[in-house]
Design a protein around this ligand. Structure first.
Ligand code: TRP
Length: 326
């Protein structure tokens, strides 16, 4: 199966991003043809700094490889370097009803948040996303739950195109993660872990062991002293138990048993150790990759060329079907 997914160039990945998405991509690489790109064109739809974006792109690539994406298997590249994405986006624009774009939750949220900059790109965002996947005739799209609506639009555009111009695209399925992978803020366990919150609330993949220790020990806990999973009564401890369980591959029930009668402090100490050990190889790999700029550039160049080969083929078929070849 061909898997396609995009990642916005936001270099600072945290364990919420990792457990909520990237961790699932790693095993997908083994048995599928995976296309993973840095969605730099999507990142332009909200305010950004042109001087910094190249650096964010590079750091994001490094972060993903450090976290386990395998450039020997997956096709890894930068979206803006394969121009067929935008070309197909334009063609899809001509069959996409505006109403469908206006009702997208992400569009509504972002146009509220960036009132000064409600640009056409923000509205068109899901059409480019559809082109991103369909240009490779993607069949599976591993994304977070917030992207479900965008994948639905992708399916509806594929269907519409097929009806109008003849069978061309498969309707891609979203591969959404199982429950339990939503990691909450360490300071406010009722909110999702987010890098725009205060730094203490968020454990980044490349945090130093000292920082991890500090962040875990200052994580908000709940009244009482038992280490038990209860989302409503003990959201803080439940979130920490989820992280513990996902990183240590142990069922929550077993962790509860292990810590029966023990204090929050003991539990946190053990959790900090688990996080530090889990992230240690990521940190090492990242350090190494940051000194190998040429190697990273080569990965992107090879990815661009592999992606282009597939994209150009699809584009040719689409143009033929739409009557654009003379
Ligand atoms: N919109 C996605 C996000 O914010 C990123 C993205 C861009 C994407 N193009 C894509 C995801 C294509 C999957 C497929 O997470």
């Amino acid at each position: 199966m061909r898997i396609v997914s995009g990642i916005q160039p936001t270099s600072q990945l945290h364990i919420g991003n990792y457990l909520g998405a990237i961790k699932q991509w790693i095993p997908l690489q083994e048995k599928n043809e995976c296309v993973f790109f840095i969605a730099d064109l999507h990142a332009l739809t909200v305010p950004y700094d042109p001087k910094k974006i190249q650096n964010s792109i590079k750091e994001t690539v490094v972060a993903y490889i450090a976290a386990g994406l395998n450039p020997e298997k997956a096709i890894i590249f930068v979206q803006s370097q394969v121009k067929e994405h935008t070309e197909l986006c334009w063609l899809f624009n001509t069959i996409c009803p505006i109403g469908e774009l206006q009702r997208m939750t992400q569009y509504k949220d972002k146009s509220k948040k960036f009132k000064e900059n409600i640009n056409a790109g923000l509205l068109d965002y899901p059409v480019l996303q559809a082109a991103d996947v369909l240009i490779y005739k993607g069949e599976g799209v591993p994304v977070g739950k917030d992207q479900e609506q965008h994948i639905e639009l992708m399916r509806s555009l594929a269907k519409k195109f097929n009806q109008k111009f003849g069978q061309t695209f498969k309707e891609p399925a979203s591969l959404i993660l199982k429950e339990g992978s939503k990691i909450m803020s360490l300071q406010d366990p009722k909110r999702k872990m987010s890098k725009s919150d205060e730094p203490k609330s968020c454990i980044f993949l490349f945090d130093s062991p000292e920082d991890i220790q500090k962040k875990v020990s200052s994580a908000q806990t709940d009244s009482g002293k038992d280490i038990i999973y209860n989302i409503t009564k003990k959201p803080g401890i439940s979130n920490l138990l989820t992280i513990y369980s996902l990183l240590n591959n142990k069922p929550i029930k077993k962790i509860e048993e292990d810590f029966k009668g023990k204090s929050y402090a003991e539990f946190k100490k053990s959790l900090a150790e688990i996080i530090i050990n889990y992230l240690e190889p990521f940190r090492r790999k990242q350090k190494e990759l940051l000194t190998r700029e040429v190697y990273v550039q080569e990965i992107l160049k090879k990815g661009q060329s592999r992606a282009q080969t597939i994209a150009q083929e699809t584009m040719k078929e689409v143009k033929d079907k739409m009557g654009l070849t003379g």
